[in-house]
Ligand binder design. Structure first.
Ligand code: ASP
Length: 280
C-alpha cells in the first residue's frame, strides 16, 4: 500500500515561509488521512477522496481557491484514471462546482467520459452536484491587482497503490491563472494524469509543456515496457529540456516504487509508505 500526493508548485507571490509551512502541514495531514482511507478502500476510491481533500483546501489551486482566468471566471479541470480498468474520465473548464474530481469519478461509468464547459456543468447539475462558487477573497484580490501569475501554479494530484495491487491517479486544477478563457489544461488529459496496471502518474507545471512532453502517458508507457519508475521519469524529464519544459510529477509503480521529480525545485509533495514524508 502506497500513497503520494502533490500540491503543485509554489508561486512567486507565496514563497514566504509561513505559506510554505502551511502547505507542508496541510499535505502531511491530507496524506495521512488518505493513507488511512486506503486501508479500507481501493486505489481509485482513495485518489478521488484524497484529491477531494486537496480541492477543499484553499491553499491549493484546485477546487476552492483556484486561479481566476483572464475574464474573471474560475474554470476547473480534473481527471481520474483507474489503472485496473484503464478507464480515464475528466471534466475540462467546468464552472461553479465544488469538487470537479467527484464529477470526473462519476463519469467513469459513462460511455462519454470527458466533458467540457457547459456540457460538464449540465451533467454535474443533473447528477446532484450543486452550485458552488470557488472564488476566495485572496484569489479575487490577486486577480484585481493583476499580479503577474505566470508562475503562480499549484495544481493537486494523487497516486495510490492499494492492498490488492491496483493503481489509480487523479489530478485537479484551476489552471495557470489569467489565461485566455477556456484554455485547456493538461490535467484532464492523458499527458497530465495517467495510470495502468504498471504505474500511475500525476503532473503539475505548465500544461502546454506537459502536453508537449506527453508526460504522464509517456512515463507510464516506459514503465510498462520495462523501465524502472525512476529511469522512465528521469528520461522523460531529460526530454523536456529540449523545450525548457516546466513540470513536476509524482508516481507509483506496481512493484511499490514511489518517485517524484521536478524541473524546478518548488513543487510541494508528500508520500505515505509506512512512514510519512513531506517535501518541497
Ligand atoms: N498544469 C496546470 C495547467 O497548466 C497548472 C499547474 O499544474 O499548476 O493548467
Amino acid at each position: 500500500m502506497k500513497l503520494i500526493i502533490h500540491g503543485g508548485f509554489f508561486s512567486e507571490s507565496s514563497t514566504n515561509q509561513e505559506t510554505k509551512k502551511a502547505k507542508q502541514d496541510a499535505l502531511a495531514n491530507i496524506v495521512t488521512l488518505g493513507y488511512d482511507y486506503l486501508k479500507n478502500h481501493t486505489a481509485l476510491e482513495t485518489v478521488v477522496y484524497t484529491v477531494g481533500l486537496l480541492e477543499d483546501n484553499d491553499l491549493f489551486n484546485a477546487g476552492i481557491g483556484s486561479q481566476i482566468q483572464s475574464d474573471g471566471k474560475v474554470r476547473l479541470s480534473a481527471a481520474v484514471m483507474d489503472g485496473k480498468t484503464a478507464k480515464f474520465s475528466g471534466v475540462i473548464n467546468v464552472e461553479d462546482v465544488k469538487n470537479p474530481i467527484e464529477i470526473a469519478q462519476h463519469l467513469l461509468t459513462y460511455d462519454d467520459r470527458v466533458l467540457s464547459g457547459d456540457g460538464a456543468q449540465n451533467f454535474a447539475r443533473n447528477n446532484g452536484f450543486d452550485y458552488f462558487n470557488p472564488i476566495t477573497e485572496q484569489r479575487q484580490s490577486e486577480y484585481e491587482v493583476k499580479l503577474n501569475q505566470k508562475n503562480n501554479i499549484g495544481t493537486v494530484g494523487c497516486v495510490a497503490l492499494d492492498t490488492a495491487g491496483n493503481l489509480a491517479a487523479a489530478t485537479s486544477t484551476g489552471g495557470k491563472g489569467f489565461e485566455i478563457p477556456c484554455r485547456v489544461s493538461d490535467s484532464a488529459t492523458v499527458a497530465g494524469n495517467y495510470a495502468n496496471e504498471f504505474a500511475g502518474i500525476s503532473c503539475t507545471g505548465v500544461g502546454e509543456d506537459i502536453v508537449s512532453g506527453a508526460l504522464a502517458a509517456k512515463i507510464v508507457t516506459r514503465v510498462t515496457d520495462g523501465f524502472s519508475l525512476k529511469d522512465a521519469s528521469d528520461k522523460s524529464f531529460a526530454e523536456l529540456k529540449a523545450f525548457d519544459g516546466f513540470a513536476g510529477v509524482i508516481g507509483i509503480a506496481a512493484n511499490g516504487d514511489i518517485y517524484h521529480v521536478d524541473s524546478h525545485p518548488y513543487m510541494v509533495w508528500a508520500s505515505f509508505d509506512v512512514n510519512l514524508q513531506v517535501f518541497s
